[in-house]
Structure formats: C-alpha cells, structure tokens
Design a protein around this ligand. Structure first.
Ligand code: SF4
Length: 328
C-alpha cells in the first residue's frame, strides 16, 4: 500500500504585487516568488529544500503555513486543504505545524521572559495553564538542553545558539507533527550549527517529527535530510533521495551547488572541481523564458530559452526538470 503524505503541496504559487509610487498608474508587475511547486512530505521524514538566497524557499515555507495566503494552488495537511481553511479551523490545523525561524535574535520578543515566550502557544491553544504550564515550559527547556532555572530570564541573557534552542522549545510547545525549519542555523556560528542540527535530529527521533528543512547550504542539508528538493527562481528543478542527489546530481544547477560543498578529506578536497555560476540570479519580477536557469547554464541549447522543461521522473524517486537529461 502506498504511504500517505503528511503534507502535500500541489501547484503552489505566491506572487507579490509590486508597489508603485505613481498614484494612478496601472501596476501589473508581480514578484514571482513561488511559481508552481509541488511535493509531498511523508510522516517522520525530513525534506531538505535548498537553493540560493532569494530563490523563494522561505516564501514557500510561509505560504505552506498560510502565513502568506497563496496566489493559487493547494496545501494538504493530513488530508485537509489549508488554503480553504480560515478562522478557528486554520488555527486548529496550525497547532500541528510550527516554524523555527532563521534569526534567533529577531524572532524572540526581547520584552518577554522565556516562560512567556515558550508558554504563549500553550496559552493560545489552551493546552496548559497555571503551574502545569510552568512545569511544561521547564520540561521543554530541559528537552532542548537548557537549564530549567532560566525560565524567568530574557532573550538578551542568552547566546545565539541558546536562543535558537528557545525557538525550538517554543515550536515544540504545542506538540506539532510538522516543523518548518527556515534556515535555522544560518545565523549561528559554525561551531554551534552542528549542535543545533544534532538536537533537531534527536528530537525528531524522540517525538516522531516531520521536517521541511530550508537552507542555502547543501553541506548541512545533506546531513539531516532523507530527500532533497533543489529550488531555483521560484521553481523546483530536482528532487531525489539525499544520497542519490549528492552522488548523482542531474540538473546543472544542483551540480553547481554540490560542487561548492567542501570534502572533509584533504585528498578529495584537492581534486574537487568547483563549478562557478556566472552572473546573478535573474529578477523574479520578469523571470527568463523557457528554462529559468538558461541564462546561467553552461549546457544550455536553443530549446532551453524557448520551452520550459517538464518535471520528469528519471528513475525511482529521482525527478528533474532539464531538457538535456534523459530517462535511464
Ligand atoms: Fe541547462 Fe537547458 Fe537543462 Fe535548463 S534545460 S538546466 S538551460 S540544459
């Protein structure tokens, strides 16, 4: 029997209208932040969503959670279409889906104590109150490796890594099934990044969590993900199991991203051939015709600027959108 997806994203679009300073101008320009993405996430797995800054991956995460309402498309969580839900029903569904934000400095209210920050979602969803709530906050602090006695401290009294642990405890407070980790380690020191990733892996095992792990750095994504989706300029260009994608990337953009990941072995590192992408990511206001990547792709042919490549199955669990890749 086919496994049922916990999260199903179907043809999701998010366009933002461009603001204009001209009072009566007809403005039809949009930022095409997310331009028709589809994928599934299965219970207990981690899907890594990777791509350069500005490719739309964080907007995708927020649109999935309905923090931004989609322009079109569907997001099914446990079979319920979130895009059709609102009010009480959406609030109830959101309890199962939480987010860990990129910046542990900006994402915690400096005027709230740790008790208030972690306790807030439990108060909103009325899952704990009074002394039971305080006890639960202390348990969560312990779970993420912080001293429960710190409950009355303020965010500025913690280091960046500790603040991200508080953010993780807050996300866990309402016992969600899915957590969207939006670049949760990119603002942290390299020495702390592995600790936070290891904590997320341990918590996943303990609490049977499912993750969408968003990052621009493939080196960390490959350690935490079961499957990886590569995003470029609002669309997904390749999806495969983590080891398959890292050993046999088929899309030229995935190949370039992977070539930037250093090897721990100095002999292999010496032989690593870095693919340097020329030019900037094109504007999402007016994305290139045909294949979005053709303006930077060393393998581009005539067809690439004319026809958008289909997202095709190449082998079991390996999908890619490139005219030059053939089925095996
Ligand atoms: Fe490059 Fe063409 Fe493939 Fe796009 S479709 S990635 S431009 S070869």
């Amino acid at each position: 029997m086919e496994e049922k997806a916990l999260l199903k994203v179907e043809n999701l679009y998010k366009y933002f209208p461009l603001k204009t300073s001209l009072l009566f101008s007809k403005n039809n320009a949009f930022v095409h932040a997310v331009d028709g993405i589809s994928f599934d996430i299965f219970p207990g797995e981690t899907l890594g969503l990777v791509g350069e800054s500005g490719c739309g991956k964080s907007t995708a995460g927020r649109t999935i959670l309905q923090l931004y309402r989609p322009t079109s498309g569907h997001v099914y969580f446990d079979g319920t279409d979130l895009t059709q839900a609102s009010g009480q029903k959406l609030r109830f569904m959101r309890r199962n889906m939480q987010m860990i934000f990129q910046d542990p400095y900006a994402s915690l209210n400096p005027r709230m104590t740790v008790r208030e920050i972690i306790g807030e979602p439990m108060e909103i969803h009325k899952t704990y109150e009074g002394t039971a709530l305080i006890k639960r906050v202390q348990e969560l602090l312990q779970l993420v490796g912080l001293n429960p006695d710190f409950i009355n401290r303020y965010p500025h009294e913690f280091s960046g890594g500790q603040r991200q642990r508080i953010g993780i405890a807050r996300a866990l407070a309402v016992e969600p099934k899915l957590i969207i980790c939006d670049e949760p380690i990119s603002a942290l020191d390299v020495s702390i990044q592995a600790q936070v990733v290891n904590l997320l892996v341990d918590l996943q095992k303990q609490m049977e969590l499912t993750y969408l792990f968003i990052a621009h750095d493939l080196s960390m994504v490959r350690h935490i993900s079961d499957r990886i989706a590569v995003m470029y300029l609002g669309i997904i260009v390749e999806v495969a199991d983590q080891d398959e994608l890292c050993e046999n990337p088929l899309h030229p953009y995935s190949q370039a991203l992977l070539s930037a990941v250093p090897y721990p072995d100095p002999v292999l590192e010496e032989k690593r051939k870095r693919i340097i992408l020329e030019g900037e990511i094109p504007s999402p206001i007016n994305p290139p015709s045909g294949c979005r990547f053709h303006t930077r792709c060393s393998k581009a042919q005539k067809i690439c600027s004319v026809e958008r490549p289909e997202f095709r199955k190449i082998s079991d669990k390996h999908f890619v959108a490139c005219h030059m890749v053939r089925e095996t």
